[in-house]
Design a protein around this ligand. Structure first.
Ligand code: ADP
Ligand code: ADP
Length: 234
């Protein structure tokens, strides 16, 4: 069974000049342990697709099926437990600036009601996993961009998700740092068997770590397949 399946998914918004079809008739299958890239220019519908995948938006057409469940039908406890299974990292990291690194990583566990001792242990393990041993007491403002994103990754992994959604996660980083963060994501994919869905406007990012790719234009997928197939040179 596919981990993520989109069947004829559409999402439209009422705009001033009529209806905007942000996502339009998308079919997509993402298998467990894939590193799946979704690439497209600004306005292609990538962010809308991400919000459909994590249940922040409900589709106006079709179904988003994750682990065999129709995301639009989840409510209450089932929705909360689904959200824990989908970690997210962002372009601007979205860290809390008034909290230390270790406190940022613990935040999702705190919200999930995990006991303090257990929270601290888990956060220390994650800190080590992302290569930030010893930096737990630093504040985000004291870290480089790459280190901030490592904290973002650790926080996203706190609830042991099945899926990590990366929304332009390297777009604010320089090429060298991008390379390091992608390497970390590839390691995590290997080590934890985590499925990664990566949204980007940069083809290089896709080439570096994805095994599959979908190219989006104006709400539709215009090309899809293994990275080798899609990026072969004519
Ligand atoms: P991308 O992430 O690829 O830049 P988006 O998903 O943000 O694309 O946007 C796709 C299209 O949908 C754009 O034309 C955008 O203006 C429109 N759109 C996205 N979200 C909304 C919204 N909440 N209300 C109205 N239009 C939206
Ligand atoms: P980048 O380094 O990629 O530009 P940052 O994550 O450093 O992105 O933050 C972008 C801007 O938003 C900065 O000016 C930062 O001070 C501000 N900012 C982001 N999150 C917070 C927050 N939780 N509290 C206060 N300021 C924030």
């Amino acid at each position: 069974m596919a981990l993520i399946e989109l069947n004829q998914v559409g999402k439209s918004f009422a705009g001033k000049k009529g209806t905007i079809h942000a996502v339009n008739g998308i079919n997509l299958t993402i298998e467990e342990k894939d590193v799946y890239g979704i690439v497209g220019y600004s306005g292609a519908g990538k962010s809308t697709l991400v919000r459909l995948l994590n249940g922040l938006e409900t589709p106006t057409d079709g179904q988003v099926i994750v682990n065999g469940e129709d995301v639009a039908k989840l409510q209450g406890a089932a929705l909360r437990s689904f959200r824990k299974k989908v970690g997210m990292i962002f372009q601007h990291f979205n860290l809390l600036w008034s909290r230390t690194v270790i406190e940022n990583i613990q935040l999702p566990l705190e919200l999930a009601g995990v006991a303090k001792e257990q929270r601290q242990k888990k956060a220390e393990e994650l800190l080590s996993l992302v290569g930030l041993d010893g930096r737990g007491d630093a504040y985000p403002s004291q870290l480089s961009g790459g280190q901030k994103q490592r904290v973002g990754i650790a926080r996203a992994l706190a609830n042991d998700p099945d899926i990590l959604l990366c929304d332009e996660a390297t777009s604010a980083l320089d090429p060298q740092t991008t390379e390091e963060v992608l390497e970390l994501l590839a390691n995590i994919n290997q080590k934890l068997g985590l499925t990664i869905v990566l949204i980007t406007h940069e083809m290089n990012v896709i080439r570096k770590i994805c095994n599959k790719v979908a190219v989006m234009e104006l709400g539709k997928i215009v090309e899809e397949g293994s990275v080798r197939e899609v990026f072969r040179h004519p």
